[in-house]
Design a protein around this ligand. Structure first.
Ligand code: SAH
Length: 302
């Protein structure tokens, strides 16, 4: 999974109608603007520390960072921009949209200062392990292709995701700040096979076309929350994306944009529906915040 995704992201921009999948920031500016407002609010309530920086894990085309920073800058935030991104293709796209970002291959090299961090659809792309009973399920070469070596009730773990969450927790505890993690997944750990492949906006067989399709699995928010908490961060309850965006005021923001741009009324209403609708992204997608114990909890989780 790790090797496939590394190759996949290194060789293309997979986002948008002409690609394989569409993410929330690519649907509408509303998503990033509300995150920007939530981060601006928590930064101001923490006393507007001038050495804080904005960070994003897996920033895609940079659209989310662009929308977030527009709002953060308006609130007086003048901090640096740090992007954790391994794909050279996507780094090029980010460079075109954002002014003066600094790139990192991993979370470890982020500055030792307070951070305002966002990870949207990042954890789901990190590799998982699957287990059947006490045995790890493996991928083997068979009949000229790839196959699983066993079937049964599957339990998934992700040491890599847990490690990243722990590193975020450690940094927040030591240096201050908040991290918002948004992804599709479940609030409580549960057995089940959630590995999936998407190509051209359609599900594909997970072992077909190695490196040519997006491989993800549901994020276990209970597991990453525990890792961050064990490392010293405070962890909010897990919210659904729909609840969270409603509490952050997506309705009011959409109404304001519609009043200023009546010709965009239909597009904005459709975006709100896609981002918050129960049958769309509103319920499957979850949000959690990790924050320094001496920083306030960000809005949207009450
Ligand atoms: N957050 C963006 C893009 C999500 S796609 C959005 O919401 O539109 C996943 C992103 O994570 C891509 O930018 C991809 O290149 C990056 N990525 C995937 N695996 C990574 C890894 N191991 N290290 C750093 N970045 C990674």
């Amino acid at each position: 999974m790790e090797a496939c995704n590394q190759y996949y992201y290194a060789t293309r921009d997979p986002l948008g109608a002409g690609g394989d999948f569409t993410t929330a920031p690519e649907i509408s500016q509303l998503f990033g603007e509300l995150i920007g407002a939530a981060l601006a609010d928590v930064w101001v309530r923490a006393g507007s520390p001038p050495d804080a920086f904005y960070a994003e894990l897996g920033p895609g085309r940079g659209t989310l960072a662009d929308d977030v920073l527009r709002v953060l800058r308006r609130a007086g935030f003048a901090g640096e921009v740090h992007l954790v991104e391994t794909s050279p293709v996507l780094r090029t796209a980010q460079k075109e949209l954002l002014s003066d970002p600094q790139w990192h291959d991993a979370v470890d090299s982020l500055p030792n200062r307070p951070m305002l961090l966002v990870a949207n659809e990042f954890f789901d792309a990190l590799p998982i392990r699957q287990h059947v009973g006490a045995m790890e399920r493996r991928v083997i070469a068979a009949g000229g292709g790839l196959a699983f070596d066993r079937d049964g009730e599957i339990v998934e773990t992700s040491p890599v995701r847990d490690q990243v969450a722990a590193e975020l927790g450690r940094r927040l505890h030591t240096h201050g700040g908040v991290a918002l993690v948004i992804d599709y997944g479940h609030a409580k750990s549960a057995p089940g096979d959630t590995l999936q492949a998407v190509r051209g906006h359609r599900f594909a067989h997970v072992l077909a076309n190695a490196g040519e399709q997006d491989l993800t699995s549901h994020v276990d928010f209970e597991a990453i929350g525990r890792s961050a908490a064990d490392a010293g961060a405070s962890v909010t309850p897990v919210a659904t994306q729909g609840e969270w965006l409603n509490l952050l005021g997506i309705g009011a923001r959409a109404a304001a944009l519609t009043a200023a741009n009546p010709d965009r009324a239909e597009e904005l209403a459709a975006a709100v529906q896609r981002l918050t609708g129960k049958a769309e992204m509103g319920e499957l997608f979850k949000v959690v915040a990790f924050h320094a114990p001496d920083w306030p909890q960000p809005a949207g989780f009450e």
